[in-house]
Design a protein around this ligand. Structure first.
Ligand SMILES: Cc1cc2nc3c(=O)[nH]c(=O)nc-3n(C[C@H](O)[C@H](O)[C@H](O)COP(=O)(O)OP(=O)(O)OC[C@H]3O[C@@H](n4cnc5c(N)ncnc54)[C@H](O)[C@@H]3O)c2cc1C
Ligand SMILES: *[C@@H]1O[C@H](CO)[C@@H](O)[C@H](O)[C@H]1NC(C)=O
Ligand SMILES: *[C@@H]1O[C@H](CO)[C@@H](O)[C@H](O)[C@H]1NC(C)=O
Ligand SMILES: *[C@@H]1O[C@H](CO)[C@@H](O)[C@H](O)[C@H]1NC(C)=O
Ligand SMILES: *[C@@H]1O[C@H](CO)[C@@H](O)[C@H](O)[C@H]1NC(C)=O
Ligand SMILES: *[C@@H]1O[C@H](CO)[C@@H](O)[C@H](O)[C@H]1NC(C)=O
Length: 520
């Protein structure tokens, strides 16, 4: 395959290209053929490529990525001179979490992040850990959540229907009324799931919590503080794949995905056409929901329903650098706004001891409606709201104007359309299976276009490790098609195999775990 000789042309400024070269290369001339085409160079795409090449020895594949680098939702921005993480930032749950293994293997700098190290603020000002806000948080974490967890486990075991998280918490005795109770609930629930309890599945929320914070064997979170970026986990994992740099095509925005019983044809905005025997689409749930890519034929109704019913939540970090550090050495600040639940409620210092000391930088996180609202505001309006809350918290006289200010608009970005998946109340396991299910011809041996991403993870939706496991899972399923014509290696049909019960360890993968079917 000699596309490398073609590709650099698209990177040259037009003025450097002889006119004849352009004339000889009309938009639609560039056609590549490959066995497997991976769409998207985030964690899922790179994990799938790694598994295809290294676990299954399938080396004829290509990756198409719209951006200029690997990483997807793991990407950096800048505040002052400091590189910061606009997307994923924590390794959540250590222990056997494969991302933790990789972060250590690649020497990516990180530090224990203490989610209990909080300064508390209400509209009446600062409180210590004996105040009403800390008390509300303690009650939620140490009483209500424990009861709710056990109840969700009981309901799952009995096969009872799911509830909303709101209802599950109410059954556990939690009826938040005060600003402090509402802020405590926001910090414990929304700040992790990025949607409010009423929109979240009860069993799904507890289950995803248990899998990451209990089953990995170490519930700690480490914040990546590496100027090279958290994305190095993905880039260095890619570097382990032989000749990977020759297989990834950057700056290629996929516009159409045509699937048939005998293959897949993908066209990009630059005029590239790729024919593949099989393809794996790892675009975010939001990209699928917003019709940013055209499928030909349209995806079947059962799949469109599943895509529509899942939630891609939004978790928006807003960063500022100030001329002075007017806040304490505490890692977090929690603010209970009297009127609007979750309004600039959670603050995180980058200047805390052991992090980027001296950076005079801090960020707030908005989720859901507050984030959607801010994305539609101008930068100046967002900065004004951000500073106004800090002035309420720390006193107007102590808070100068920021010297730098930045935030991403994830929901408006056609490459993402949100940040990570939340399991919505009323969403079924069957719908997730439908979202993951391949399409192609009618017969099972005609599966051609596969789907994977953090959103297809039963146990770890929303997390980087979810994307890691799903990419590998998809590579195994797709690999069975490449190697055995979509049959088991012994020639039996795959039809009865539940993807989630497939044991990854059987092909010698290092991080494999037996994945059991969850609720429903
Ligand atoms: C703000 C934020 C905070 C997060 N915090 C954490 C955290 O602390 N810890 C954690 O574990 N997880 C966190 N996550 C979740 C984690 O980042 C994701 O689960 C994971 O990165 C998803 O990987 P993916 O490969 O499934 O999807 P993506 O990373 O979205 O990869 C898909 C790729 O497809 C590309 N693409 C999209 N459309 C097209 C197109 N038309 N043509 C070509 N390419 C296209 C995209 O550019 C992208 O590179 C966070 C995410 C965000 C956004
Ligand atoms: C790609 O495959 C098609 C048929 O599937 C064939 O007609 C074409 O010549 C191939 N192109 C290249 C560049 O190999
Ligand atoms: C991988 O496949 C190639 C052919 O594509 C073959 O030459 C090689 O021996 C295989 N390696 C392993 C470890 O099976
Ligand atoms: C986390 O912070 C809390 C509150 O400041 C403190 O009591 C606790 O010891 C800290 N935990 C660790 C492991 O540092
Ligand atoms: C989650 O873990 C807790 C504590 O081990 C357990 O009581 C509960 O049953 C689990 N819940 C679910 C839904 O798995
Ligand atoms: C932390 O900050 C608040 C508000 O700025 C202040 O009132 C309080 O005394 C500080 N506490 C410590 C321990 O520095």
């Amino acid at each position: 395959m000699h596309f490398r000789s073609i590709l650099p042309l698209s990177l040259l400024p037009l003025s450097l290209l002889p006119l004849t070269t352009l004339a000889l290369r009309p938009r639609d001339e560039r056609v590549l053929n490959t066995t497997v085409l991976i769409l998207g160079g985030g964690m899922t795409g790179v994990s799938a490529a790694h598994s295809l090449a290294i676990d299954r020895n399938i080396t004829d594949f290509l990756v198409l990525e719209a951006r200029h680098e690997l990483g997807g939702r793991v990407q950096q921005g800048k505040i002052g001179d400091l590189n910061i993480e606009l997307g994923a930032n924590w390794v959540e749950g250590l222990g056997t979490n494969p991302i933790w293994t990789l972060a250590q293997k690649y020497g990516i700098n990180n530090r224990y992040s203490n989610w209990s190290n909080i300064d508390y603020f209400t509209e009446d000002g600062w409180q210590d850990e004996t105040g009403s806000l800390a008390q509300a948080l303690t009650r939620y974490e140490e009483d209500v959540f424990i009861k709710a967890s056990a109840d969700a486990g009981r309901r799952k075991a009995l096969g009872l229907p799911d509830l909303s998280m709101k209802a599950g918490l109410r059954v556990a005795g939690w009826n938040p009324l005060t600003p402090e109770e509402r802020a405590a609930e926001y910090f414990s629930h929304d700040w992790e799931q990025a949607e409010p309890p009423v929109e979240s599945s009860f069993i799904g929320t507890i289950e995803v919590y248990n899998e990451t914070f209990i089953e990995f064997g170490n519930s700690d979170n480490h914040l990546v503080i590496d100027q090279g970026g958290y994305k190095q986990v993905i880039i260095k994992y890619g570097d382990e794949i032989p000749n990977f740099q020759d297989k990834v095509l950057f700056n290629e925005v996929v516009e159409t995905i045509e699937y048939r019983s005998d293959g897949v044809t993908v066209k990009t905005a630059s005029g590239l056409t790729v024919n593949a025997e099989y393809a794996l689409c790892t675009f975010s749930l939001g990209v699928l929901q917003h019709d940013d890519v055209a499928f030909e034929p349209a995806l079947p109704d059962w799949k469109q329903d599943a895509i529509a019913n899942f939630h891609l939540a939004t978790y928006m970090k807003i960063f500022a650098k100030f001329p002075t550090k007017f806040w304490n050495d505490t890692e977090f600040a929690l603010y209970a706004d009297a009127d609007e639940r979750g309004y600039y409620a959670v603050w995180q210092s980058l200047d805390a001891p052991g992090f980027y000391e001296g950076s005079k930088s801090i960020f707030a996180t908005l989720t859901s409606d507050a984030a959607y609202h801010a994305e539609l505001q101008t930068d100046e309006e967002v900065q004004a709201d951000f500073v106004a809350v800090l002035r309420d918290m720390y006193g107007a006289e102590n808070v100068p104007d920021p010297i730098d200010f930045t935030f991403p608009r994830w929901t408006l970005d056609p490459l993402f359309r949100g940040t990570f998946t939340n399991w919505g109340a009323g969403v079924t396991v069957k719908q997730q299976d439908d979202m993951r299910a391949p399409v192609g011809g009618d017969a099972e041996t005609e599966r051609r276009l596969f789907f994977a991403g953090e959103h297809t993870s039963r146990k770890y939706f929303g997390y980087l490790h979810g994307a890691f496991f799903e990419g590998r899972m998809a590579a195994h399923n797709l690999g069975d098609c490449v190697l055995f014509n979509c049959m088991e290696s012994d020639g039996t049909t795959l039809a009865k195999r539940d993807a989630m019960e497939f044991e990854l360890n059987k092909v010698g993968a290092t991080h494999g775990r037996l994945r059991k079917r969850m609720w429903g």
